[in-house]
Design a protein. Sequence first.
Length: 256
Amino acid sequence: MSTSVRPCTRRRSAAGVVAAAIAATLLLATPASAHVEVASEGARALAENVTLNFDVATESDAAGITKLEVFLPKGITPADVTYGKGPAGWKLAPTDKGFTVSGPPVAVGEDVTYSVVVRQLPDAKSLVFKTLQTYDDGRVDRWIELEESSGGHGHSAPVLELKEAAPGAEPVAPTPSASPTSAAPSPSAPPATEPADVKPTASDRATATEGSDRATATAEEDDSSPALPIGIAVAVLALAGGGLWWFLKSRCTGSA
């Protein structure tokens, strides 16, 4: 009797080791949290002249960040935004749905921090700033996903949580349609134009433009997204681990 118990015990131990390994693999396969963040100290609804600070982590070890395109949430227009500070040589330019900040590519592996000033925040509980992150080799990372959508078309979009409006706060008159007061190209210029010293290739521009088009409405199909293959791999690993555990348990039960 004792000789049959020991193999079962060993098999159960082996199954435990395999299960632990699979659990670790699943954790490593989980997509990372957002690497584009927005923050503003004490931000509240209807606050005026609010500075928004954006932190953008690089996702490439082969190219430098050269442009960030932000899609503004409802209640903020491009004319409401002025440039604060950012990498040397970078400028802000308005677009139809938001703005870009761009300039000479930063060093490979270097993150980008920049700020903008918003004339007035809308009366909302939170604001989503969908962002396209472009590198000098044409790569585009899409920070456009909402938690409730989980469509697998990019990474989580940066979100700014707002406190309730201060007592007596009221919406101000709309800002006239004009370019932000910053050293930026005029509104008539193509919003995606890179500074002259960047000199992207035609294929790089095409890649960046394609990325912008896909992110505008948040949900066009993107076969290059890592979310789908990661999800499939996680499911396969989970099924394999469960099957192995059940098989070993059944053998032990039958030999008892």
